[in-house]
Ligand binder design. Structure first.
Ligand code: G1P
Length: 295
């Protein structure tokens, strides 16, 4: 096998309305809701950066301009922090700051589905493999989920999606893959893919957890992809077609995944990340014990 081409670019579909979080998301994009003290989207961008991504492509929509502002330099704020000697705070902001030219923004003009959102990034991705990260899913693990996927991709090439197990009763909520031969402890070949299978029909319990490494040929499939589950253009359906010509491998992610598109997932993410923070851990732990003890 020739050495797979490097994954340099990542796509973040951030056009969703966030109706599950109203009224919080009436004026603020759901991707800007904070887990402890960072917006959700920042966790996902940091994960991509840790995996060696050099260019961050955001597929936005109306009312999402604040995401672009978040990844820009705030000259007045930086000056104020410098003048007040708040150099730690300034350093922390600068460490998260993409370099000039590392971000691109395009719009999904109509909410036609995840597959359509990805297709909107085709000109910005061009003819090279790319990562796709769904910002609702926030991962917590020493090694970033995408880093593990890139390691597997460098061994096997093709397309890689990250998976985890779910209980039978939840398979209809996700994209589910079929399990083929084992590649290593970290992954297996995928032999089926279905978006939101009817209860009782899922090919396995492995769900796609919102992280993908895809080859650019997926764009020409998306160009004519018809609507699928939920009457939306689905990335899973386009991947299924691409799998007729190219390999798909699954990466078994073994960290914590929080679905921050749901209220429970969002609260769990806040608690779990707070407990990881040296500055607030003890206090939060004490408070949680007290609250639970009081139930
Ligand atoms: C999307 C994907 C699905 C995947 C899920 C992970 O679904 O279509 O395959 O399992 O994200 O969160 P959505 O959550 O947009 O319905």
């Amino acid at each position: 096998m020739t050495q797979p081409r490097k994954v340099r670019k990542a796509v973040f579909p951030v056009a969703g309305l966030g109706t599950r979080f109203l009224p919080a998301t009436k004026a603020i994009p759901k991707e800007m809701l904070t887990v402890v003290d960072k917006p959700v989207i920042q966790y996902v961008v940091d994960e991509a950066r840790a995996a060696g991504i050099e260019h961050f492509i955001f597929v936005t929509g109306r009312n999402k301009a604040v995401i672009e502002d978040h990844f820009d330099i705030q000259v007045e704020l930086y000056d104020t922090l410098r003048n007040r000697g708040k150099l730690d705070e300034l350093g922390n902001l600068q460490a998260l700051q993409p370099k000039p030219g590392q971000t691109s923004f395009t719009r999904q003009q109509e909410p036609l589905g995840l597959g359509h959102a990805v297709w909107c990034a085709r000109e910005l991705v061009g003819d090279e493999p790319f990562a796709l990260l769904l910002p609702d899913m926030v991962m917590q693990h020493e090694k970033s989920c995408l880093s593990g996927m890139v390691d597997l991709y460098q061994k096997v090439g093709g397309n890689v999606v990250s998976v985890e197990e779910v209980p039978d009763e939840d398979t209809h909520r996700y994209g589910i893959v079929g399990v083929g031969e084992d590649i290593s402890d970290d992954g297996f070949k995928i032999n089926a893919m279905v978006e939101k299978p009817m209860p009782g029909t899922a090919p396995s319990n492995y769900f796609i957890n919102g992280r993908y490494i895809l080859q650019p040929e997926v764009f020409s499939i998306l160009e004519t992809q018809e609507s699928g589950a939920g009457n939306e253009i689905q990335i899973t359906d386009a991947m299924l077609k691409l799998a007729e010509k190219q390999d798909f491998s699954a990466y078994r992610f073994r960290g914590n995944t929080f679905d921050c598109g749901s209220k429970e997932g969002f609260i769990r993410a806040n608690v779990s990340f707070a407990l990881e923070r040296a500055d607030i851990r003890v206090k939060v732990e004490d408070d949680l014990r007290r609250m639970l003890g009081a139930l």
